[in-house]
Design a protein around this ligand. Structure first.
Ligand SMILES: Nc1ncnc2c1ncn2[C@@H]1O[C@H](COP(=O)(O)OP(=O)(O)OP(=O)(O)O)[C@@H](O)[C@H]1O
Ligand SMILES: [Mg+2]
Length: 424
């Protein structure tokens, strides 16, 4: 088998998202686990042992098993990434990323005789500092020494992975996950000083969904993260025009009445007269500046934090269309028209559906952005990738296949393989 054939057989991809870690060898779809870890601290090691807990940290689906049970054990559930970033000195969080990464390799390690380690591409936020690259290399070096699982690793920015999986060279990738939204103009490679990163994502839609549950009289559910998430994904809608959608919904409560049910349970939430509120959940993703949200911020819902981009302050509530304009305006005049010609949306926070019969008031993410840009007299082509949650991971696999074996890691370009036998 030639080295290229080998690389094709053992390509592996990783997408470190704020809420989900997507990983796995070349396939149709990645494995997905929540990006979190549970630290268990027993009064005595014996108690842990009796319950068959051999590790101090649990990751993956087992976390749920230990969340509520066993009273004598102190538990710390930690989500290691904030807006795609882990602090340099945050030891617990780095430990969890190590455990998650190792979990993936343990689960997928081939038993084939020819296996000498994967060619791994990891995807990180486009604004990741160098130390995150170093730590991800260190984690893989350590796992390779333990499992022999990694022959070479490289790291790419998440938006570039999307562009690669869509096979486009010049475009704007808007990646919106749970914790952050990155607007990245790309021309072969991300144009770093044009990136606009916003501290907001699906989490903000969760926050308003939780307030709405409170308004509906379900205070207890409003505090249950998982429940809020399901409610949000099920009832949330992106309005074509928020004021008009609300007017229509209030004027025709029978048509718009929304009942949320969880299959397999008796839980049922009837939004009744307040069904119009479902439009708030989608709108906040695109325009958290709308005056409708002011009262929610006043009563304590967190306002998305501002970010500093190239020395300039970007408001955390900047409408998405304007964030795209801001990013494109930082590129050369010649490039701008071709960037607006190809705007690609990816990430779970863009996966909103339009229920049948509501097409007059609800739209998908691509249409919403197109409308926002049109209001600023910009004609743009906007499209949503076919698999918003997995497109970063798909791009990492394509990249693992494409980078030649003898191309070594270069810190200046941030390209190439970081290799066993050369770097570790
Ligand atoms: N059908 C849906 N409608 C609305 N939101 C959805 C849908 N499916 C997933 N989401 C939301 O998408 C978010 C997760 O998306 P994704 O997996 O892209 O994030 P991530 O990669 O973990 O985070 P990040 O990229 O910010 O680091 C969650 O907020 C989730 O509720
Ligand atoms: Mg992501």
């Amino acid at each position: 088998m030639s080295i290229d054939e080998y690389r094709r057989k053992y390509a592996y991809g990783e997408d470190y998202g704020t809420s989900y870690y997507k990983y796995g060898p070349i396939a149709e779809k990645p494995y997905v686990i929540e990006n979190r870890g549970l630290f268990l601290r027993g009064e005595s090691k014996l108690v842990l042992k009796i319950f068959g807990i051999s590790r101090e940290i649990v990751v993956g689906p087992d976390v749920v098993k230990y969340l509520g049970s066993l009273e004598d054990i102190a538990r710390y559930l930690i989500y290691p990434m904030k807006d795609g970033i882990v602090d340099r000195d945050d030891k617990m969080s780095w430990r969890i990323l190590y455990e998650l990464t190792k979990y993936g390799f343990e689960q997928t390690l081939p038993e084939t005789r020819d296996f000498e380690g994967f060619y791994v591409t990891a995807a990180l936020s486009a604004i990741s500092p160098d130390y995150m690259y170093e730590r991800i290399f260190d984690i893989h070096t350590r796992i390779d020494s333990e499992l022999g699982a990694i022959k070479a690793i490289t790291i790419i920015p998440q938006p570039l992975a999307v562009a690669i999986s869509e096979k486009v060279v010049t475009c704007v990738v808007v990646e919106s996950g749970h914790g952050n939204t990155q607007v990245t103009p790309i021309s072969m490679y991300p144009i770093r000083n044009a990136i606009v990163a916003l501290n907001r994502g699906g989490a903000e839609a969760d926050a308003i969904a939780s307030e709405i549950l409170r308004d509906l009289g379900h205070e207890d559910r409003a505090r249950e993260e998982k429940f809020v998430r399901m409610f949000k994904e099920s009832v949330g809608l992106i309005p074509r025009d928020i004021d008009e959608a609300i007017k229509k919904a209030k004027g025709d409560p029978r048509r718009f009445r929304t009942i949320f049910r969880i299959p397999g349970t008796r839980i049922e939430i009837d939004m009744g007269e307040k069904s119009w509120m479902r439009f708030l959940i989608g709108e906040i993703v695109f325009n958290p500046e709308h005056e409708l949200f002011e009262s929610y911020y006043k009563r304590g819902m967190p306002r998305p934090r501002d970010t500093i981009v190239g020395g300039e302050r970007i408001s955390g509530t900047l409408p998405l269309g304007e964030a795209i304009e801001a990013a494109v305006s930082r590129t050369s005049i010649e490039l701008q028209p071709s960037l607006f010609r190809k705007i690609i949306l990816s990430g779970g926070n863009f996966a909103w559906r339009v229920p049948r019969g509501l097409e007059d008031v609800a739209v998908n993410s691509a249409e919403k952005i197109r409308i926002q840009l049109e209001q600023h007299e910009i004609e743009a082509n906007v499209e949503l990738v076919s698999d918003p949650i997995f497109s970063v991971w798909k791009g990492t696999i394509v990249y693992s296949l494409a980078v030649p074996d003898n191309y070594l890691w270069d810190w200046k370009k941030r390209e190439g393989w970081y290799k066993r036998g050369v770097h570790f």
